[in-house]
Design a protein around this ligand. Sequence first.
Ligand code: HEM
Length: 83
Amino acid sequence: MGRFSEEGKRNIKNYTYMPFGDGHRICIGMRFARLQVKTGLLHLLRHFRVQTRDARTPIRYGKLPVQVRPTNIDLQFVPRTSK
Ligand code: HEM
């Protein structure tokens, strides 16, 4: 079961991940920031195919605060050829 399936979403405990804070001081730019990230991803994926290179399982995550980032996966951005 994936995290993004309907069942998976229901099983996520509140406050497990809250990059924008929560409550009455929640980030007021959250929706704008998400929109910008989606727009950026769209532009990126329009021009590049993303593939893993040498992906090893299980995924390991870095211990830096703020960023949640896998440390053992290399991504390769392959330009999409235009017709
Ligand atoms: C990926 C982008 C962003 C992240 C991860 C982020 C994250 C956060 C976090 C963690 C807080 C503190 C929430 C709390 O105290 O519970 C916050 C507050 C705030 N953010 Fe953002 N933010 C982002 C983008 C933006 C943008 C684009 C704007 C404005 C256009 C913005 C405006 C604000 C403001 C004004 C507050 C203070 C809200 C308050 O204290 O009442 N943020 N943000």
